[in-house]
Ligand binder design. Structure first.
Ligand code: GDP
Ligand code: IMO
Ligand code: MG
Length: 420
């Protein structure tokens, strides 16, 4: 069997957590392949609203194995809290949570370095979630990082001390003197706590599972426009959020990839700094924020809101090889007279229909307008209950992208989903 992939096509927060939870009953294994606790994936069912950061979003379904892959960076403090919060809801993670031995550790000092680097950047700061993601991946490529499997080795504290000594040298350069002894103690205590979970050679496990005809869904974090190579650099995260990240983040060959589900919000949001051509600064932007509850699931920061950007969407579809689209949050657009979609940019005096080299350039979006719909669509369960204007809107997205829409999400709850 092949491994399916589900990932975001915008700047994150497209509704990945909700859709993974919806799709999990069809899969044996749900596997995160990149990112870390910068992610915030929200699940809603039976009046429960729950946010996951490192743990895959299949944990509330029976029988699925949830794997944290080698491409993920793990903060033991955050993982411990996440495990405790999830187990409070009656879920026994000792059976369903597997962790790759090759996943990287976020050290207490990585969080402090994130803060130091952001302060250094001043007005040009990325707007990082400050979870230590960038510094942890930096150490990985600099070949200075600790893998989580190291916690079981005799040389663990020696390796930790070495990494710490290196970070302390950087702190001197940044005049950084914050005391982190309390954080360090909590970190080591959390490591003791997580040791009881299942640590595996996940690349072997997952390839064996695929060969045994088990179904696997790879769950992306962040979104394509935050990809370290193809996102709006430097305002990106520090991992490959695109489908190529699945191969390195889980240890599977490209030949093993099956469907690639791309999740798109019916409008756009972005949290943190960086270019966002279709951003709305007026009452409409505030309307989307209020109605869509657009506040960060990890940091609580208000999300910037704007119209759907077709150029960016087509670029994301190309990069990922998207086979099926999933449209979320169209219910938020109910009641608007008109819906706009950017289909071209005015860039350096020219009209273009592709993504320019630098998204940080001055870009003016050029819109096409579609009629809105008045009806509340959040309770619709079948296609024939939906207003014509809405059906025209999704047909428009299919025509422009040349990709079929497979699911419509019309509200945050698991049940508010239509399989097309
Ligand atoms: P993720 O990071 O991609 O998993 O997305 P987040 O959980 O950060 O943000 C998505 C937000 O929208 C969450 O609060 C979800 O509960 C909510 N949500 C997901 N799908 C829908 C939908 O179709 N309609 C509405 N109104 N809310 C949704
Ligand atoms: P999910 O998985 C939205 C953004 C941050 C910042 C930039 C870099 O919930 O969709 P980092 O902490 O990685 O150094 O931040 O990326 N960012 C996200 N935005 N959703 C996320 O994850 C994000 N993870 C990181 O706001 O602009
Ligand atoms: Mg999120």
């Amino acid at each position: 069997m092949k491994i399916d992939v589900l990932l975001g096509l915008q700047w994150g927060d497209e509704g990945k957590g909700k859709i993974v939870d919806v799709l999990t009953p069809r899969y044996d294994i749900i596997a995160r392949f990149q990112g870390g606790p910068n992610a915030g994936h929200t699940l809603e069912f039976n009046d429960i609203k729950h946010v996951l950061h490192t743990i895959p979003s299949g944990v509330f379904r029976e029988n699925a194995i949830n794997l944290i892959g080698n491409g993920v960076v793990i903060d033991p403090i955050i993982l411990k809290k996440e495990i405790e919060d999830t187990e409070k809801l009656g879920i026994d993670l000792s059976k369903s949570l597997y962790i790759s031995r090759k996943a990287q550790l976020i050290l207490p000092t990585h969080r402090l370095l994130d803060k130091a680097y952001e302060e250094y950047k001043g007005n040009e700061k990325i707007g990082s979630t400050l979870k230590g993601i960038g510094p942890a991946y930096t150490d990985k490529t600099a070949r200075l990082a600790l893998k989580i499997g190291d916690i079981f080795t005799e040389s663990f504290t020696e390796k930790y001390d070495k990494a710490l000594a290196h970070h302390k040298k950087i702190f001197i350069g940044y005049n950084f003197t914050e005391d982190f002894s309390k954080l360090e103690k909590e970190w080591f205590d959390s490591i003791d706590f997580i040791k009881k979970f299942k640590f595996i050679d996940s690349e072997i496990f997952i390839n064996q599972a695929i060969n045994d005809n088990k179904s696997v869904l790879a769950e992306g974090a962040q979104g394509t426009l935050l990809d370290i190579d193809f996102g709006s650099y430097p305002f990106v995260t520090s991992s490959n959020t695109t489908s190529s990240g699945v191969c390195t983040g889980l240890g599977v060959s490209p030949q093993k990839i099956g469907k690639v589900f791309g999740i798109v919000k019916a409008y756009c949001t972005r949290v943190g700094s960086g270019p966002f051509p279709t951003e709305l600064f007026d009452d409409l932007g505030q309307f989307l924020r209020d109605k869509g509850h657009e506040y960060g699931a990890t940091t609580g920061r208000p999300r910037r809101c704007g119209w759907l950007d077709m150029l960016a969407l087509k670029y994301s579809i190309m990069l990922n090889g998207i086979t099926d689209l999933i449209i979320t949050k169209s219910d938020v657009l109910s009641g608007l007279d008109k819906i706009k979609v950017a289909t071209k940019y005015k860039h350096k005096g020219e009209i273009i229909d592709y993504m320019p080299y630098d998204m940080c350039d001055d870009i003016e979006p050029i819109y096409e307008e579609l009629p809105g719909w008045k009806e509340d669509i959040s309770k619709c369960t079948k296609l024939d209950e939906l207003p014509k204007e809405f059906l025209d809107f999704i047909k428009y997205i299919e025509d422009k992208t040349q990709v079929k829409i497979k699911y419509l999400s019309l509200g945050p709850d698991r049940k508010q989903t239509i399989d097309l």
